[in-house]
Design a protein around this ligand. Sequence first.
Ligand code: MTE
Ligand code: MO
Length: 530
Amino acid sequence: MTRPAPSRRHGARAGVVASMAALATGEVAAVVLGTGTSLVLAVGQEVIERVPPAVEDAAIDLFGTADKLVLVMAIVAVALALGAALGMAAARRFWIAAVGFTLFAALGVAAVASRPTGDPALSAVAVGAGVGVGLLVLRRRLAPAAVPLGASSRDRGETAGVVHPAGPTDAAEVGRRRFLRLAVTTVGAVAVTGFAGRGVARWLGRGTQPGEVTLGPVSVPLARPASAASFEIDGLSPLFTPNPRFFRIDTALAVPRVELETWRLRVTGMVDQPFELTFEELNAMPQVEADITLACVSNEVGGDLVGNARWQGVPLADLLERAGVRPGATQIVGRSVDGWTAGFPTETALDGRTPLVALAMNGEPLPRDHGFPARLVVPGLFGYVSATKWLSEIELTTFEDFDGYWVPRGWSKLGPVETQARIDVPGFGSQPPAGLVPVAGVAWAPTLGISRVEVAVDEGPWKEATLAGALDVDTWRQWRYDWDAAPGRHELRVRATDGAGVTQTAERTLPRPGGATGNHTIAVNVVDRG
Ligand SMILES: Nc1nc2c(c(=O)[nH]1)N[C@H]1C(S)=C(S)[C@@H](COP(=O)(O)O)O[C@H]1N2
Ligand SMILES: [Mo]
């Protein structure tokens, strides 16, 4: 007797369920086995690193910082769609699904293998388990006897009339079989859940908690200059951005979890004495504090991808001195445990500014999101060329020999921070009451400091704003302008002048390739109180 083949629709549905089962099994197995990354994360990371700049820009425009979540959902959606296609094919020839699932699994393992943190052998086991479970599920669902209760009438119609060759004969036997199946499933589920649960716990506990670290002492703790007393204005950015509110920008789909026992910082490349340090050794070196404003090159004029912190760490210059930089080593490259890189001129480490291998941020060990256990911070340079988080290596090289992560993706080789001013209050589109309206914000020109901020109302002349004391030339500076506002719609513009007397350009440019320029401008609607 030949059985009718399942319908294509039934095949597609079975394929989706099978690929869901395969993905879920693979991800759980990855956690349990501790493969370092998973198929979905590794494929996502490959997509992030390979996508053309135009697509990347569009995705960021469209989804903003939710882009990573959208990416993961898209990968799952594609996997399910492929499952549907394979399920349809498998309804006729099962081997097509077997080959298809195995091919995609191989691609996934290749993605894991290309990650510095991934273990290809273990992940082949995890992905293999996923494929096995997926194919089992598919086989069961495509077996004519297994048409599910919830199947559509069409599916049932097509398989109606199939006689179970060895169907149960009496009710007692049916009961026994059901009980047996239930028992086996329950035991299986409990075992898997327990195993997975332990794995998840281990996974979550993996890596050292920043809180477990005791930071070394600071040679000369910074006192906050008395002159830096900040303005008390509602909505104005505080001088120091609290860690939980500090912007986060990176390519990491999963934040790297570093185990301090095995972590090393290596100084390599064009040096006389390459060396490596444990965290303990690094933490035991003389440390300093520095107030440095960090800005992202992707920050739009008026945007919030900028923050200020008090960093604590080891001066980069001390590490370079110990290694002995060879002549001709024009570029310092920071490399992250996840393979990300950023490079900046060697002279910026030696020209009097204070680049740090930072271990702490605002008095706490670096939070994981901001690079635990160590990161670079270089005053005056955008993060993408300098501020390597989860730092594992500092390599001396040349600009001819190496490009950091973002350079081949269309961003400038050199990334000095553009002088900028931002209006924090009143908010864009707000409706302040007529009369005296405090206009305030922050301005930055790292390494030179801010010497003047001016505000213009509508087409009026530039008027000088009052500056709060300067924390440091490397940090932003608060400013305020008390505006006598008349009712109606008004436009406010701001511009900053750096410590060398150069006023920022009014020319509007996009962030790519070297950072946005132009005057932050907002519109407000002043309302008559009477
Ligand atoms: N390892 C790693 N470090 C990185 C990045 C990254 O993608 N990976 N992004 C850089 C960029 S573009 C910026 S702007 C800063 C942001 O630092 P934050 O997330 O601590 O604010 O980190 C830099 N360091
Ligand atoms: Mo950035």
